[in-house]
Structure formats: C-alpha cells, structure tokens
Design a protein. Structure first.
Length: 315
C-alpha cells in the first residue's frame, strides 16, 4: 500500500502544474500577470521540499492566493476556480488540527465566496451554486479529517493494547486472540497447530550482573532473532517477562519440536540459552496452554537448554 500512497502523492503534484497549464492556455497572461507565475511556482516548490507531512501548511496558503489570482484573471469565467476549491479545504484539513483547520478553511472559503462580488460577477445561478458549495465542501473536508483523527487514535490504542512496548512483538493478549482464531480454523477441519513456549535460562542473572538495560537489549535481540528464523505465517510474541511464545499454524508436534531445536541452537550464538516446551492443539485451548507450560517446566527441571514435548502427545 505504501507504493500506492506515493503514487497518489505524486499524482497530486502532477495535477497542480497541469491545471496551471490549462489555465494559461485558456487565459494567456497579460503584462504583469506573467511575473506572478514564477512566484507561485517557487512557493509550490518550497512546499514540495518540505515533504508530505509539512507541505500542506505552506501549500494551503499559496494555493488560496493562487486561486484568487486566477479568479481575478479569468473575470467572467471566474467560476472555473470552483473545480479546484475542494483541494484547498482538504489541504486545510491535513495541514492543521481542529479547530485551526476550520479557521484556515473558513478564511479561504470566505475569500473565494466574496471575491466574485468584488469583481462584480456575484449574481445568477452559477454564483449561487459556487457560494453555497464552499461551506459544504469545507464541512465535508473537516469531517474527513475528524474521521482520520479518530481512526488514528483507535489504531494507536489498539496497537498499544496488543503490542509489547519493549520488543514491539505481539503481547500475550494478541497471541491469545491469534490462538483463538487458529483454533476456530482447526474446528472447521484444517490441520492442527502447535504452541511453543520459550523461556530464557538464568535471565535474572543477566539483570543482576549486567543491569536491566542489558537485559532489555537481550530481550529485543532475542525477539528479532526469533522473528527472523521462523517460517512465514508463524507468529512470535512475548508471553511475559523473559518468556516468548510461538504459534505455528498447520504444524504437528514433531515438526514443531524440530523448529524449536533449531531455534534453541541458534540462540546460543547470542550468548544465551533457552528452555522450550512444545504442545499441539487437541481441541481445548486451556489444555494446550497447560501442556505447553508443563513441557517447559520439565525442560527447566531437566537441566535447561533443551526442548521438551508434551507427554500427552508422546504417549
């Protein structure tokens, strides 16, 4: 989607000079008017150099001045500016937070609506449509901005609620939701999945001897390693403390144990060992958690740095 957004941003910038070009063809500049175009061009380029986030704040005022300028040049054909006025309100909505967006949009909308009166062309049905459409377009643009703001807030809190702030991985709640979705797929007849619980060995010693910043760094490094060494479609999350969890869709116990062994060996390259418990879904999520936790406990009791599968599956 990022490529699409860049293409749309580029399209907006291409459309601006094309619109200026069409106006020049329809109404060639006379006398001093020709000198105004380089000035507007410099303003638009200055806005472009600020990038997508900062450009609207300069561009909204440059565009407002430009539209009034073209309205004055076009005289009897002043109404053509109405085709471009929505972009002015959208820029206001993107440039400023509410209520400043309302003030900026109302200022330029009022200027556009009153300018034909000053030119002596404020009569007839065309002017009525034009003047009435300006507050409606402004209102729609501001509603769009408000929805975008609310969506951003909702997305932020959703990410905060489902993401571990230290590692950036899904947290336990996110993993539980993913496990519930995977269980529903199995109930519909798909292959079973496995859960791997991974606990770093002697992690308290790292915090005690090297400090919590080093412990945090290690947790983040382990998280990156796990994400980089599982299969596409597997989900890695932080279960809590120094414990991680791996959801392995369409994976039986033996396959999950082999993957866990590879991860256990690879973690040694980071200077840390881990104990891992493996269990496969059998129709009850609570039982899956219990069996994976029991397998992890046996791995710890058995000397750490090892993978243990659930006894229910081995039996």
């Amino acid at each position: 989607m990022e490529g699409l957004y860049r293409a749309l941003y580029l399209l907006a910038w291409i459309g601006l000079p094309l619109g200026v070009g069409l106006q020049l063809l329809a109404h060639p500049p006379r006398g001093w008017e020709g000198w105004a175009y380089p000035l507007f061009g410099l303003l638009f380029l200055a806005a472009l150099r600020r990038g997508p986030k900062e450009a609207p704040r300069l561009l909204v005022h440059a565009l407002g001045c430009y539209l009034l300028f073209e309205m004055a040049r076009a005289r009897e054909a002043w109404w053509v500016v109405g085709f471009w006025s929505p972009s002015l309100y959208l820029l206001s909505a993107f440039a400023y937070p509410l209520p400043w967006a309302l003030l900026a949009g109302a200022f330029w909308g009022g200027a556009l609506a009153l300018f034909p009166l000053w030119l002596g062309h404020g009569e007839g049905v065309i002017y009525g449509h034009f003047a009435l459409s300006q507050p409606v377009l402004l209102a729609l643009a501001l509603l769009l901005a408000r929805f975008r703001e609310l969506y951003g807030q909702t997305r932020f809190w959703k990410e905060q609620a489902l993401t571990d702030p230290l590692t950036g991985l899904p947290n336990r709640r996110a993993l539980e939701m993913a496990l519930e979705r995977e269980a529903a797929r199995v109930e519909r007849g798909e292959e079973p999945f496995s859960l791997v619980l991974l606990d770093l060995d002697d992690f308290k010693r790292v915090n005690d001897e090297k400090g919590h910043p080093e412990g945090d760094r290690l947790l983040k490094e382990v998280g990156r390693y796990l994400v980089g060494h599982v299969r596409k479609g597997d989900l890695v999350g932080r279960w809590g403390g120094e414990e991680f969890a791996l959801l392995l869709p369409k994976t039986h116990g033996e396959q999950a144990a082999r993957l866990a062994e590879r991860l256990r060996e690879g973690l040694k390259g980071l200077g840390v060992t881990a104990s891992l418990g493996v269990a496969t879904y059998g129709g009850d999520l609570a039982d899956l958690y219990r069996r994976a936790d029991q397998a992890l406990y046996r791995a710890k009791e058995g000397g750490k740095d090892r993978v243990v599968r659930s006894t229910a599956e081995l039996g």
